[in-house]
Ligand binder design. Sequence first.
Ligand SMILES: C[S@@+](CC[C@H](N)C(=O)[O-])C[C@H]1O[C@@H](n2cnc3c(N)ncnc32)[C@H](O)[C@@H]1O
Length: 215
Amino acid sequence: MTDRAEIGDAVLYHGNCLEILPTLPKVDAVVTDPPFGVGNFVQTTGRIMGRGANAGRAVRWNDAAPPPELFALLREKSLHRIIWGANFFNCFEARGGAIVWDKCQSMPNFSKADIASCTHFQKTEMVRIPWTNFTVTHEAETDHPCERPVRLYEWCITYLPTTGSVLDPYMGSGSCGVAATNLGRKFIGIEIERRYFDIACERIDAAYRQRRLFA
Ligand SMILES: C[S@@+](CC[C@H](N)C(=O)[O-])C[C@H]1O[C@@H](n2cnc3c(N)ncnc32)[C@H](O)[C@@H]1O
């Protein structure tokens, strides 16, 4: 079943993006962070830890990596794309470049940097954004195990060659939607897990109210 919520300029769907995407009109840009598909690793080592109410506990979540047809669908539905986890999916495109988010971590671990394929940079162009561009320590706002900083998404959206609509088909806790709302962009989000969908609705609603307050 698909639920739909409208908040300001955002339309949010609770459901499977592989089923919902074919029903949507074309957007200007996709900015997204699909599951990397490291589920086995997580279950055997418990290395993905919850936050907030789940702090200190390993959490299970919907970590199946997207199938190859997802990337074809995203190409059909958008003009520009920034897709995190590009080194896991090898979803680099013929003419695109890359964004590297350097988390500036001194200790060895499995996620020192994240790489996004980016269609509006040239093939040989790689832009490095150090963590310190956002906040020295990112205080998570939700218990989503993969919540990303809103400022990372604000950076991505600001540097798109368009001021049009932004789609995140793997919305999670809604950080991309909060960033789009803060920047006054139209946003479409899809999330398969009900509790993360509800968290995303709450955060995007709060961002919308905040923007209205100062409009
Ligand atoms: C890596 S997380 C995204 C985290 C997000 N960037 C944030 O800041 O909270 C990927 C999300 O995709 C969701 N997901 C997995 N498969 C999906 C599908 N087929 N359709 C829609 N959402 C899906 C997962 O439940 C998870 O919340």
